[in-house]
Design a protein around this ligand. Structure first.
Ligand SMILES: *Cc1c(COP(=O)(O)O)cnc(C)c1O
Length: 359
């Protein structure tokens, strides 16, 4: 049955192991973030085996499923929790990122009800302008209140996020500010913080380049241990030992024909309301594959393993590829395989029409 998405557990393990080992050399622990593959259980097990300290997701349903399948796994909720999900937060998550004292108080209350403890990481906004306290005094005073006034909620540490909304780059300068705040909190509460979390995959280039400020001892890595393209392609500093083929899409050919490259008729809008442009390159041989944007998002996020084939377009349910003189002769029912980038993984792992095959 097609389309299929292969989840290679050994490749995922190797990719995660490469990051975990590199970070360990610099005293940095890793949360393996699995929201990008919709919390796939096989992938979660592979990253845990590679030595990540927690598995993280932004979606409660994924964390709930992981906790039920892998009860020993420590789980981290990445999105600031909704008040309406606090009961599940306390039941299924060991750690959470927090930026509102009102919510932390409700977590304390729920922990009391369930007779459990819960670890929080307070988020500082260093300029990327998504979650976190903007004000240094405020995060320090909230940290002291959690430390001194709460019985069930434990202050695990502080963290930050860059390179998400505001596309701000992780630098020794901005992450150094996080370390400075951590030192102030430690002086105030009279103990060391367990976690000073310096961001996501976008912070990895500092580790690769040996520029991570001392004092950052934790990162939350998703893309950089699943699809593994960002660090080498955007920042040109690959993590040695990683491959980009842990997740492979395989789709079936349903039509093979020679067609013009320029549409015939008066041009208006495509299926998504866009006005595309076309170049007339004469008549070409092309194939139609039974997988579409509803499954993978944008075809620009797919990379054909057969390099003689070019992806030229897609609609909700179809992918159109062009075959060249060098291509082998495909027939109907044959399949084509693709490496996928992070956004395509996000959609493909969610699509009920894509068969997930763990290999
Ligand atoms: C998604 C997420 C991450 C991981 O992001 P990657 O870029 O995939 O490494 C880390 N922290 C938070 C808060 C997130 O939401």
């Amino acid at each position: 049955m097609y389309p299929r998405l292969y989840v290679h557990k050994d490749r995922t393990y190797n990719n995660a192991k490469a990051v975990v080992s590199l970070c360990a050399e610099q005293g940095i622990d890793v949360t393996g973030v699995v929201k990008g593959c919709s919390g796939n259980i096989a992938a979660s097990k592979a990253v845990l085996k590679a030595g990540v300290k927690q598995v993280g997701s932004s979606r409660m349903s994924q964390i709930e499923a992981i906790k039920k399948e892998i009860p020993d796994a420590k789980t981290l909720m990445l999105r600031i929790p909704m008040i309406s999900e606090i009961e599940k937060l306390v039941t299924f998550c060991d750690y959470s990122l927090q930026s509102e004292y009102e919510i932390i108080e409700l977590v304390e209350h729920e922990c009391h009800n369930q007779g459990k403890t819960h670890d929080v990481i307070l988020m500082m906004d260093l300029g990327d302008l998504r979650e976190g306290y903007m004000n240094e005094e405020e995060i320090i005073s909230v940290a002291a209140k959690v430390e001194n006034d709460m019985k069930y909620v434990k202050l695990a540490g502080i963290g930050t996020n860059v390179g998400c909304y505001g596309s701000v780059k992780a630098t020794p300068d901005n992450l150094g500010k996080l370390v400075a705040i951590a030192y102030k909190i430690e002086a105030l509460i009279g103990r060391k913080l367990d976690i000073v979390s310096g961001g996501a995959t976008s912070s990895l280039p500092l580790v690769v380049g040996g520029e991570m400020p001392k004092g950052i001892n934790h990162l939350r890595i998703g893309e950089g241990l699943l699809t593994c393209r960002e660090v080498s392609e955007f920042y040109h500093s690959p993590v040695v030992g990683q491959t980009t083929d842990a997740f492979i899409l395989e789709a079936e050919i349903v039509e093979i024909k020679t067609k013009p490259t320029y549409p015939i008729g008066e041009l208006a809008y495509d299926a998504f309301g866009n006005k595309p442009s076309f170049e007339d390159r004469g008549i070409k041989k092309r194939m139609l594959l039974a997988v579409g944007r509803q499954d993978f998002g944008q075809h620009e996020k797919l990379v054909s393993l057969d390099e003689t084939i070019e992806i030229i377009g897609s609609s909700s349910d179809h992918l159109i590829v062009e075959v060249s003189e060098q291509s082998k002769s495909y027939k109907l029912g044959d399949t084509i395989s693709f490496e996928i980038m992070y956004p395509a993984m996000l959609y493909l792992t969610e699509s009920p029409d894509v068969f997930k095959v763990v290999v």
